[in-house]
Design a protein around this ligand. Structure first.
Ligand code: PHE
Length: 344
């Protein structure tokens, strides 16, 4: 029996069918209901107990070999037949596929995040549907105060009070969540989409993207704010970009400022991007109002901090000279494919 199996094994290993018929003949010969394997198992019944032990294993291995060979050849011939049927030539080179590019806003967001990460800031996120407390009240917007009109809000539920629900108008709401849920020091940036009820035009949209930042610790001063943002601008727009701070107002910061940079297009000489002033505004910032710290359970006698917020469409406009905000959300491939994914 062993000699027989050895012989069949050599035969199976060497078997290479020229067509599907030969393969079928192979199946019938070895694996068919009246085939060799069936026959060997019949013979096996009659061997003595001593031989049973050795041959049981040998026989099973042989059966597996025959089955594996058959399945492998079957798959190959099926494929061969199919490609013949379809008239495919598998030796032809394949179709190329287009590599996509990153959305310009993703590129900018990643770049901004990277700069702040190198300064030790972490990324924090929060919900886009917010309650009155996190979007307004905790941030020192008094109820019915005109400051709330600074940001035209999309309300989901409006009772003119604490249980209003709205689409967040800024990611400052994430700062509140962070301060409420942790203990200082905080050093974080909050990227995210925000919504404002504005008519859509080249210069305004009903949603846009922000990166806000928060730094709370003992002895944080306005000079820390200035130096951090100055460093950020040098990294993003290149060394030599000038900055200036103008006094401003936000309910949640005191003092507050807006930061301009020297126009990235004309380098300060005057062009229509900067309306011939040489400066463009890029962000709002200030020292976190002590009321906000107290609202979030932080001791304002011990801790101080700064916050800032920027719209990243604006940053992208200046970097890529895109003059119509609508391009960012229309997903026109001719626009999108111009941006290289050099930052992954
Ligand atoms: N939240 C402000 C806005 O959306 C930006 C800002 C953030 C200003 C932090 C100052 C400090 O307009």
């Amino acid at each position: 029996m062993q000699a027989q199996i050895d012989q069949y094994t050599t035969e199976i290993n060497a078997f290479s069918p020229a067509n599907a018929e030969e393969l079928e003949a192979f199946r019938i010969k070895f694996l068919g209901t009246k085939g060799i394997i069936k026959d060997l198992f019949e013979q096996f019944k009659n061997v003595g107990p001593e031989e049973k032990r050795t041959f049981g294993k040998v026989l099973n291995q042989f059966k597996q070999l025959a089955e594996a060979k058959y399945n492998e050849l079957k798959e190959a011939t099926d494929l061969g037949l199919k490609t013949q049927d379809l008239g495919l030539d598998l030796t032809l080179p394949g179709d190329g596929f287009a590599v996509g590019s990153r959305h310009p806003l993703s590129l900018i967001r990643t770049e901004i995040i990277d700069i702040f990460k190198r300064l030790g800031f972490v990324v924090a996120e929060g919900p886009e549907i917010e309650d009155d407390w996190h979007n307004f009240s905790a941030l020192n917007f008094p109820e019915e105060h005109p400051a709330r009109d600074m940001q035209d809000t999309f309300f989901i539920k409006k009772n003119h009070g604490k249980d209003d629900i709205a689409l967040r108008t800024h990611t400052s709401s994430v700062q509140v969540r962070m301060m409420e849920n942790g203990k200082p020091p905080f050093r974080a940036i909050m990227p995210g989409r925000v919504y404002r009820n504005e008519a859509i035009s080249a210069r305004a949209h009903c949603f846009f993207h922000q990166v806000e930042g928060l730094y709370i610790d003992e002895n944080v001063s306005f000079s820390d704010l200035k130096q951090t943002l100055y460093h950020f601008v040098q990294e993003l727009y290149g060394e030599g970009t000038k900055v200036r701070f103008r006094p401003s107002y936000f309910p949640f910061t005191e003092p507050s400022a807006e930061m301009d940079i020297s126009c990235t297009i004309c380098k300060g000489a005057g062009c229509n991007m900067c309306k011939y002033t040489g400066w463009v505004e890029i962000l709002g910032c200030g020292m976190v109002d002590p009321n906000v710290l107290e609202n979030c359970g932080i001791d304002s006698a011990k801790f101080t901090g700064f916050a800032f917020g920027m719209g990243i469409e604006r940053i992208a406009n200046l970097k890529y000279v895109i003059r119509d905000l609508r391009l960012f959300s229309e997903n026109d491939v001719r626009f999108l494919k111009q941006f290289q994914a050099d930052i992954i």
